[in-house]
Ligand binder design. Structure first.
Ligand SMILES: Nc1ncnc2c1ncn2[C@@H]1O[C@H](COP(=O)(O)OS(=O)(=O)O)[C@@H](OP(=O)(O)O)[C@H]1O
Ligand SMILES: Nc1ncnc2c1ncn2[C@@H]1O[C@H](COP(=O)(O)OP(=O)(O)O)[C@@H](O)[C@H]1O
Length: 227
């Protein structure tokens, strides 16, 4: 029990159905596969390819993807203002400053932890540039489960390649000074010191090939087994 669970006004309620019960029914252990890397490094494409490969093998999965989450759970202020007003939008809308990214990853981490506790193999694809924010999610996920439930995948594509790809034209705008705090250009990216999986993702391999490397590592770690 942590500090929150002791607060008299917020009482923790144990569930009638345990995580173990859920996992027994699903025939798998829930976990979080956390992709991190620069914009354009391939997080979303590789995570989608892995999601597909897992599904084809009968795994129960869910993918939390950066752009989609920033349309809802972590929407920017201008998206919230119309329905909720300016003060609300200013308070809860998220941009890309360090604290906003911290809150973005905290919210997503909390959702990922819930999906893992529901027994799903949960994939997430966010830049998540700060080591401390990722470490907090690791602690949250493993604290409510067990060591090994958080698998960090560093999609290590050199900045030059990400910038060449520039599928959304954001690097061009960032170089022109039109987007402030752009990761890799005017904002830091802290590479994971000890990722469970380090993908050299700019070496000419296709996203499905890279996803297969991850799949093999997951099987090796006992996260997923082909029956
Ligand atoms: N300033 C800045 N820095 C980095 N990225 C930016 C920025 N502004 C917009 N974008 C677009 O938003 C996507 C990153 O959102 P994330 O939620 O993954 O970011 S973070 O984890 O909170 O750092 C990222 O998507 P991906 O390219 O899919 O990574 C960008 O398209
Ligand atoms: N291994 C790869 N080889 C070649 N192109 C790739 C590879 N991985 C991703 N891409 C391409 O790079 C672009 C950015 O990929 P994306 O998955 O959107 O990156 P991110 O989610 O990290 O921003 C897309 O156009 C995608 O098709």
């Amino acid at each position: 029990m942590d500090e929150l669970h002791h607060r008299p006004q917020i009482v923790w309620h144990d569930h009638a159905v345990s995580r173990e019960d859920r996992q027994r029914v699903l025939g798998q252990r829930g976990c979080v596969i956390w992709f991190t890397g620069l914009s354009g490094c391939g997080k979303s494409t590789i995570a989608n390819a892995l999601d597909q490969q897992l599904l084809e093998r009968g795994a129960k999965t869910f993918l939390l993807d950066g752009d989609n989450i920033r349309h809802g759970l972590c929407a920017p202020p201008d998206r919230l203002a119309a329905d909720h007003g300016d003060s609300f939008a200013k308070r809860f809308g998220l941009g890309f400053g360090p604290e906003d990214r911290e809150e973005n990853i905290r919210r997503i981490g909390s959702v990922a932890q819930l999906f893992a506790a529901a027994g799903l193999i949960t994939l997430s694809a966010f830049v998540s540039p700060y080591t401390r924010d990722r470490q907090r999610v690791r602690e949250l996920v493993e604290g409510s489960g067990q060591a090994g439930d958080f698998i960090e995948v560093f999609v290590d594509t050199p900045l030059e390649i990400c910038e060449q790809r520039d599928p959304k034209g954001l690097y061009k705008k960032a170089r022109a000074g039109e987007i402030p705090n752009f990761t890799g250009i005017s904002d830091p990216y802290e590479p994971p010191p000890h990722p469970e999986i380090h993908l050299a993702a700019g070496d000419g391999r296709t996203p499905p090939q890279l996803a297969e490397q991850i799949l093999n590592e997951l099987q090796h770690r006992g996260i997923f087994s082909v029956s």
